[in-house]
Design a protein around this ligand. Sequence first.
Ligand SMILES: [Zn+2]
Length: 75
Amino acid sequence: MLFRSRFMPCQECGASVDRTDLPTHECSPQRWADYQAFGLRDEIAELEAGIGRYLATASGRFETWLAARQVHGQA
Ligand SMILES: [Zn+2]
């Protein structure tokens, strides 16, 4: 059972830490930096996916249409 595992991932650095050691666990700075950067990559990927989803929505299409119309209007 996952939740009965003796080890749980540290929220800060992602290391598997024995539950009983978690209160005294100290994150390795290198591991912490890697884990935080990895989390950030996920957020950036999610943001890009969100922009893609937005552009696929009606208002995104409207803005695309509006932008195209403005370009053609000036021509
Ligand atoms: Zn840690």
